[in-house]
Ligand binder design. Structure first.
Ligand SMILES: [Zn+2]
Length: 730
């Protein structure tokens, strides 16, 4: 190691180094000169004190006080580009002029959620927290040592037209001179948008501010930037405004950056964590491979705003853009920190690493924040901080955060503050929840299934291994659940002399062999237990590189054997119904069909006077369906189900309203302790409605564990219900 100060070793990127206390600017060449001319220079530390630092030249031994063998690293200016820079901030009071025209007193006391105060409250909390210095909140030019004001300007027509149509631009321009009546008329006609004579100005400033924020980051004037702008943009489509959005701010900014900085910015990631799907942004880049658009949003089968299938998981882009559009559609509300972090860990960050952007823009709606009445989710400021922190690691820190939605003024203020702190360099605050919801895990699993076609990093095992199923030439492949069912059937045939009750189709052929198995003399049994279950679960040991299951390390879990043995010990008749899953079969409808078939074609003609149902997993819906669709009460004495985390199914009484009460009295539905029906976040537990039967929360999670825990309670319930019958009939 050399102790020499070489000319090139102190070369700096051409940036200004600004002292954080007094704002003195020390140009790089001055530093260089100081170092080479003098052996000592003074460096002011953060407290403003001065320390003497010795700089040693290899030829000058006078200053070396330590052992000759020791290595001395000369003090050089830090070779860092990012740290000395400030975080950019876009804010302009003029964006508050765009506001809804009041048409009633109620609108005055209960204002539109896209309220001009949204940006003011964020600016205010930045000042209150000392991140910016602007005591009168009037939009000062010098806002202090941590943030740099990025002047907001109106976006130019040529910039806007990179995304929007001329008609769209002309229409918004025309609102500047519209009468109040006309503005209200257009407000009425639009899709959740409002207009006044300042809307066009506000929209151009919001859009222009977003462009300037991106420019400042790309040009290295600031290390990253926060654009506190409104109206928001991500719902504005190329041809039409919508969802409180007039121009698609982030899309316009991204298109202009790609156009004007073709050398330094070739690829952009837009991460949209607003609770709504950014249909406008998606549309702007659907066929553009230069922009990876990732949206995390409530979807709910397309029912949540904007209410189309554009936000579905299978919308992966078109043309050249296939594989650069990623939707993470939450099926329910109530999502929180653990769910968002899970999505980041499993999908967002891996695909961003693979895509390797030059710039990251966050479409930062804060309507997934805890307290937002529209989003009804629970993302904490800490979680926004963590997500920002992760995204900051991409694109050499080139990160721009642009405000989108978010309607609880307190929530958006504290969330934006958390983001701003991380942008400046603070570590994020702690997360509020750690275990993701089952709905989040399932959604992410689906996203991975769809997107692994486009992102290698999402594929299981080693990239070089082909994980697709080998071709089925000569029928060498067979489905595992068929093998398992065959084995179950063989056991029941040989050990207990079970028989098969065929399901005959219209042509008199059996559709599925061994789907319904019954104990011998089932026709004459007085008491019958009917088990309806999903295919047995396989606890599989998966080879991490090939994705293949190792059979010797894997186990089939058959929960029903215990029930069969118990029932046969009691001398009851037993019917075992297997509802296969997958391969074009929906086990909810097939369970319903099979049970109606069983009732109409077999049980009607049996001699049984007491029947108990026990359902396992999703298939239990067939039992509920049957009880609602046939008059079964004279024979059916108990309906038990172990559903774990599967969805609760309501009994819909088709014949007699009284069935619901009867069902409640004669049922036991056991859920996982984590089932969503017990309320989100573990706190405010709610009680499921009576139409779902008597729903009970187990102490455990996992179908098999619940069955283990509640087995005795279930069999006691069957015994009691049979006795009750005996008493009442005596
Ligand atoms: Zn939103």
């Amino acid at each position: 190691m050399s102790t020499e100060v070489k000319e090139n070793s102190i070369q700096q990127p051409s940036v200004k180094i600004e002292n954080s206390t007094n704002g003195n600017i020390v140009a790089e060449d001055t530093i260089e000169q100081e170092v080479s001319n003098n052996h000592k220079r003074k460096i002011e530390n953060l407290d403003g004190d001065t320390d003497e630092v010795t700089v040693v030249n290899g030829n000058d031994k006078k200053d070396i006080v330590q052992d000759e063998k020791s290595v001395i690293v000369p003090a050089v200016p830090p070779k860092v580009h990012y740290i000395p820079l400030k975080t950019g901030l876009c804010y302009d009071v003029r964006m508050r002029y765009h506001a809804k025209i009041f048409t009633s007193y109620f609108e005055y006391i209960d204002p539109h959620p896209e309220d001009p105060r949204r940006i003011y409250r964020i600016y205010k909390i930045l000042a209150e927290s000392g991140l910016i210095n602007d005591p009168t909140l009037s939009g000062a030019e010098d806002i202090g040592e941590l943030m740099l004001k990025i002047p907001v300007r109106e976006a130019l027509a040529e910039e806007i037209l990179l995304v929007h149509s001329v008609e769209h631009l002309n229409f918004l321009e025309s609102t500047t001179s519209m009468t109040k009546e006309r503005l209200l008329e257009e407000t009425e006609k639009g899709d959740s948008v409002y207009f006044n004579n300042d809307s066009f100005l506000g929209a151009k400033l919001s859009c222009g501010g977003s462009i300037e924020a991106c420019k400042a980051v790309v040009e290295g004037k600031v290390k990253n930037a926060l654009a506190v702008v409104r109206p928001p943009g991500h719902h504005a489509e190329p041809d039409s405004p919508g969802g409180f959005c007039l121009f698609s701010n982030v899309a316009v900014a991204a298109k202009n950056i790609l156009k004007n900085y073709p050398e330094s910015v070739k690829k952009i990631v837009i991460l949209d964590w607003d609770i709504h799907h950014g249909n406008g942004t998606q549309k702007a880049f659907f066929n553009d491979p230069r922009v990876l658009y990732i949206s995390m949003h409530r979807y709910e089968a397309g029912k949540y705003y904007p209410g189309t299938i554009a936000g579905a998981v299978d919308q992966v882009g078109e043309g050249d853009g296939v594989g650069t559009n990623v939707n993470i559609p939450w099926p329910v509300g109530g999502m929180g920190d653990a769910d968002y972090m899970y999505a980041f860990r499993k999908v967002v960050m891996p695909i961003c690493y693979e895509f390797d952007p030059d710039l990251v823009i966050i479409s930062s709606g804060f309507d997934a924040a805890h307290g937002d009445m529209i989003g009804q989710c629970h993302v904490s400021p800490g979680c926004y901080g963590h997500m920002t922190h992760l995204l900051k690691s991409l694109a050499k820190g080139n990160l721009v955060v642009v405000l989108e939605g978010g309607y609880n003024l307190d929530s958006i203020a504290i969330s934006a503050l958390a983001v701003a702190k991380v942008l400046i360099g603070e570590p994020p605050d702690e997360l509020q929840t750690k275990i993701p919801k089952i709905e989040a895990v399932e959604t992410i699993d689906e996203v991975i299934r769809v997107q692994s076609k486009h992102f290698k990093i999402l594929r299981p095992g080693h990239d070089s291994v082909d994980h697709s199923l080998p071709t089925n030439e000569g029928n060498k492949n067979f489905n595992l659940q068929e093998v398992i069912r065959n084995k179950q059937a063989q056991d029941l045939f040989t050990r207990h002399n079970f028989i098969s009750l065929p399901l005959l189709n219209d042509k008199g052929n059996s559709d599925a062999d061994d789907q319904i198995l019954a104990s011998p003399e089932i026709y004459d049994s007085d008491i019958i237990v009917i088990s309806v279950h999903d295919p047995a679960e396989v606890w599989g040991k998966v080879d991490p590189s090939t994705g293949l299951i190792n059979p010797s390390g894997s186990t089939i879990i058959d929960s029903t054997i215990k029930l069969i043995n118990w029932s046969l010990d009691q001398k009851y008749g037993f019917i075992d119904i297997n509802i296969p899953d997958g391969a074009g079969v929906d086990n909810i409808t097939s369970s319903q069909e099979v049970l109606l078939y069983l009732w109409d074609n077999y049980i009607q003609y049996f001699k049984a006077s007491k029947i108990s149902f026990v359902g396992f997993g999703e298939s239990y819906s067939g039992i509920i369906h049957l009880l609602g669709h046939r008059e079964t009460r004279s024979v059916v004495k108990a309906a038990i189900a172990i559903i774990d985390r599967k969805q609760l199914r309501p009994l819909v009484p088709l014949l007699d309203e009284g069935v619901s009460d009867w069902f409640y009295r004669n049922s036991l539905i056991f859920t996982s302790k984590y089932h969503s029906c017990w309320g989100s976040g573990g706190g405010d537990s709610k009680k499921p409605r009576k139409k779902f039967g008597r729903v009970l929360k187990s102490d455990s999670d996992g179908l098999d564990n619940i069955w283990e825990e509640r087995f005795e309670e279930c069999t006691d319930f069957i015994l009691d219900s049979i006795e009750d019958f005996d008493e009442s009939s005596n």
